[in-house]
Design a protein around this ligand. Structure first.
Ligand code: F0G
Length: 463
């Protein structure tokens, strides 16, 4: 086609109104939420980029599939449709449904890990780390060198550091129940992992006799980046690439709320039948019978359709382009972001944008509050509030102070993104007046969800 515009590859059949708020209304909403965006009422948000998880729009084919849901307690038809679809996409033999990703993590970790065990990953996401630490295991992040330089443009900044992985597996021989790779690397900027890197990590794991587990939430976006960026991959379909990624691993945990295109759902997939049997027993304790895993039959149907739809090339091209479109506008305005733009989100480098706010005053948290106050945009801090507290109770600044603008799938249009860019440019114009924040009250684990926060110097934005 001679045309350049990459349009949304869908028409909109159902709409949900957005409620507009004034700055004064948002100021009081923020105070009532103790300056924690997780504590806001969603209807007080204009554009909600808190997460891309479970917030997507389902297709008419998914809704139609839901009407076919078989709600039998055991052996439901919907389970077998789900199992066949997941097996077809991943190639794994044992497929265990769970209500979302962290349930798959908890079940795998409590079935396979002992206190003191070490689990390496390119970067553990917060729930993965917390689930390991909750059982006394040690979550080790082995980012590649490029990953911590936000402005550096490199094709696969999600890669795991292979030399560090080799050392870790040798040093903790017998204490590593499995290694993990997160695709795409969410905490590291939504950056992809190359096929070559997964292949090399897989070989290292085999050498040390350690299984490799993918945290596969955004496997389709990762496959798309491989197709675009990795030599020799351009002519393969995202489905073929995904199948090879999974084939290099021994199993995966999956939050289908991302690249499963569903509002709820996940799974654990394993080739090891004995471990899978242990996990199924463990699942029964909290999730339900192994053919529904905490989901309704109709949820399994929606997932069976979604996990295939997500591999559609027109969808992936639009998806990745709509994130890059915002990235281009911010870059042109001189706003520092993690480069290149990630698959599901733009990550603003708050340390770079607000150098006057010291890390102990949480610059990324302060910036996320300013975006809400000024434009009603909800984002999420991925910085020292999320990751600063160490298991021994001490405080250590996170390697990066990021504000993530995560894009729900198939929900916002290009004019929403234009509005977002306008809000960000406005906030950039008053950045020197944004001031730091302090923690007033916070729990030990996953504190960012419920922490009470306050401006450290009277007001968030100096007059
Ligand atoms: N792994 C990664 C890489 C994730 O991004 C998430 C969730 C999970 C595991 C857990 O999955 O939410 O279904 O239990 N990430 C969401 C986010 C919450 O906003 O990035 P879950």
């Amino acid at each position: 086609m001679p045309f350049q515009t990459i349009i949304e590859p869908f028409r909109i059949k159902t709409v949900e109104p957005i409620r507009f708020t004034t700055r004064a209304q948002r100021e009081s909403a923020l105070a009532a939420a103790h300056h924690n965006l997780f504590q806001l009422r969603a209807e007080d948000v204009i554009i909600d980029l808190l997460t891309d998880s479970g917030t997507g729009a389902m297709s008419s084919a998914q809704w139609a599939g839901m009407m076919q849901g078989d709600e039998s307690y055991a052996g439901a038809r919907s389970f077998f449709r789900f199992e066949a679809a997941v097996r077809d996409v991943t190639g794994f033999t044992n497929i265990i449904p769970t209500h979302q990703g962290r349930a798959a993590e908890r079940i795998l970790f409590t079935s396979a890990c002992q206190p003191g065990d070490v689990v390496p990953n390119n970067t553990h996401f917060d729930t993965t780390r917390a689930n390991l630490e909750a059982i006394g295991a040690i979550a080790v992040d082995l980012r590649c060198a490029e990953a911590t330089q936000p402005s550096l443009i490199a094709p696969f900044k999600g890669n795991i550091d292979l030399a560090a992985l080799d050392r870790c597996l040798a040093e903790h021989q017998g204490r590593v129940p499995f290694a993990m790779i997160t695709v795409t690397n969410n905490s590291g900027g939504g950056q992809p992992v190359s096929l070559a890197n997964i292949r090399a990590a897989s070989a290292l794991c085999k050498k040390h006799g350690v299984p490799l587990i993918l945290d596969a939430c955004r496997f389709a976006e990762n496959a798309w980046f491989i197709k675009q960026r990795e030599p020799g991959q351009a002519d393969r379909t995202p489905a073929e690439i995904a199948r090879e990624m999974f084939g290099l691993a021994d199993g995966c945990t999956m939050s289908a709320k991302k690249d499963g295109l569903v509002n709820i759902g996940g799974f654990l997939a394993l080739n090891n039948a004995a471990l899978a049997a242990k996990c199924r027993n463990n699942l029964i304790l909290t999730e339900g019978f192994p053919t529904y895993g905490g989901l309704a039959g109709y949820d399994l149907e929606a997932l069976a359709v979604g996990i295939k739809e997500v591999l559609d090339e027109d969808y992936l091209r639009y998806r990745i382009r709509s994130v890059a479109y915002l990235g281009d506008k911010l870059t042109a305005a001189g706003i520092p972001i993690v480069q290149p733009p990630g698959g599901h989100a733009i990550y603003i480098d708050a340390k770079g944008m607000l150098p006057h706010i010291p890390q102990h005053e949480y610059p990324a948290w302060a910036l996320s509050l300013a975006l809400y106050l000024e434009g009603g945009v909800r984002s999420v801090e991925i910085g020292s509030v999320m990751f600063g507290r160490q298991p021994d109770g001490t405080e250590k600044p996170a390697p990066m102070e990021l504000v993530r603008l995560a894009f729900p799938r198939r929900v916002y249009t290009q004019s929403h993104v234009d509005y977002l860019a306008e809000v960000l440019l406005h906030v950039n114009g008053l950045k020197s007046r944004i001031r730091g924040v302090k923690l007033v009250e916070a729990p030990e684990l996953l504190r960012h969800f419920t922490a009470k926060v306050a401006p450290a110097h009277g007001s968030l934005i100096a007059s």
